[in-house]
Design a protein around this ligand. Structure first.
Ligand SMILES: [Cu+2]
Length: 444
């Protein structure tokens, strides 16, 4: 017996992992004797929550979890005002999340309703070679109209993904990706109260067009969490004191995404290679999710409020931003606008103070089927963010599972316009700020 068999056996109590070349591994009769009964929500695991997302249903057929995945064209809304014709699964972009339990026997029927061939690769999932889904290498590609069957026993726990592995560049750029969450059969690590999954992705959708452009290599202009760009993203809602897990997957074409959570320190507890031993976890406030990877974080939500969570690449929190703009910061247009208007009615020079005024609330007109570069409605002002941005809403009390609305700040805990008497009291002269001290020289 080699090491891989030994590990798989110890990971799945009571389940004998099939060797790669055994009848079990190739879907033969003995395979059905090696798996465990289908894991059930509530009894075997806490179901995950997918903001803006869906799950793929299954049925129990003789102790096997049977799924049906349909690859097809999907009309998808990225945020109010922006729709595009994408490719996805079962009417969803991205595909519905697959949620199973270690030791489950799973059977996926994959029907291709696209105009092109496709396959499904189960990314990060340990399985027999012939089930790996690389078109041409492990199987014939699934022709339009055909239905293929994939079947294997799940012998790990953690967070994986699935995606097309035929003409990846086109099909993944059009949305053909999804999460594949596997709960452990026996609990691992501290019990969590909330378990979220978020897929990160990037797209090129030129204003006024209605199909993502798969040929784009560098200049992506729609950055999404579960295929939504802010202000289309749904918040993560938790009760104060709960232990929270967030699983991030990234199948962006070209970019890694450093996801920053405000207000908290967390630990990175899992990669797609499995659980990180407690002794090897370290604290972070930003988790880098490389493309082709998953990262899982955990923390106790002990501080109430509305906390921002977003990619920290600043161009990834913009919507449909063109990057070949001249730099207008500090430019004084003078009489320019008046001179240009006879040629371009309604012309107005913009961007002299940045992009903060490009939001939807400042009645900037945008082309049809496009969204403002930034801007969601906040309780105090416009939130000048877009793209890969969402909120963690932590509340002492929750009524139901829905969005609890905006957080009511306790009196005296919010940044305010400074008052004259405060400035006087603290010796602040706004016209004569103190000179900065040298940082490198020894003082005194
Ligand atoms: Cu990013």
């Amino acid at each position: 017996m080699h090491g891989r068999d030994a590990r798989a056996q110890s990971d799945v109590p009571g389940a004998k992992a099939p060797r790669e070349n055994s009848a079990a591994a190739t879907g033969g009769r003995s395979a059905r004797q090696t798996h465990l009964p289908p894991g059930r929500a509530g009894r075997d695991y806490l179901p995950i929550v997918i903001p803006n997302g869906t799950k793929l249903p299954w049925k129990d057929v003789g102790g096997v979890k049977v799924f049906h995945l349909v690859a097809q064209e999907v009309e998808h809304e990225f945020a109010p005002g922006l729709k595009a014709t994408c490719w996805g699964y079962n009417g969803q972009v991205h595909g519905p999340t697959i949620e199973v339990v270690e030791g489950d026997r799973v059977r996926f029927y994959v029907t291709n309703r696209l105009p092109a061939h496709t396959t499904v690769h189960w990314h990060g999932i340990l399985l027999p070679n012939g089930m790996d889904g690389v078109g041409g290498l492990n199987q014939k590609a699934i022709a339009p109209g055909e239905t293929y069957r994939y079947e294997f026993t799940v012998r790990q726990s953690g967070t994986g993904m699935y995606h097309s592995h035929h003409d990846e560049m086109t099909q993944m750029a059009l949305g053909m990706v999804g999460m594949f969450v596997i709960h452990p059969r026996k609990p691992v690590g501290p019990r969590v109260d909330r378990d979220f999954a978020i897929m990160l992705h990037e797209w090129r959708i030129d204003p006024g067009t209605n199909r993502p452009d798969p040929n784009e290599m560098t200049d992506f202009n729609i950055l999404t969490m579960n295929a939504k760009a802010f202000p289309g993203t749904e918040p993560l809602v938790v009760r104060q004191g709960e232990r929270v897990r967030i699983r991030f997957g990234n199948l962006s074409a070209m970019d890694h995404h450093p996801i920053h959570l405000h207000g908290y320190q967390f630990r990175i507890t899992e990669t797609d290679g499995g659980r990180i031993p407690d002794s090897a976890q370290w604290p972070e406030t930003t988790v880098l999710v490389p493309t082709g990877s998953t990262r899982t974080i955990e923390f106790v939500a002990d501080e109430p409020g509305d906390w921002a969570m977003h990619c920290h690449m600043t161009h990834h929190v913009m919507n449909q931003m063109g990057h070949d703009l001249p730099n207008l910061i500090g430019v004084k247009p003078g009489g320019l606008d008046a001179k240009v208007r006879p040629l371009l009615p309604g012309y107005m020079t913009m961007g002299q103070t940045g992009m903060g005024d490009m939001g939807g609330m400042h009645h900037m007109p945008v082309p049809s089927n496009s969204i403002a570069m930034v801007g969601g409605k906040g309780p105090y002002d416009e939130i000048t963010m877009g793209g890969m941005f969402t909120l963690l809403k932590v509340r002492a009390r929750l009524d139901g599972e829905g969005d609890p609305g905006w957080y009511t700040l306790p009196p005296g805990t919010q940044a305010q316009l400074a008052q004259e008497d405060e400035l006087r009291r603290d010796g602040i002269d706004v016209e004569a700020p103190p000179a900065a001290e040298p940082g490198g020289a020894r003082r005194g």
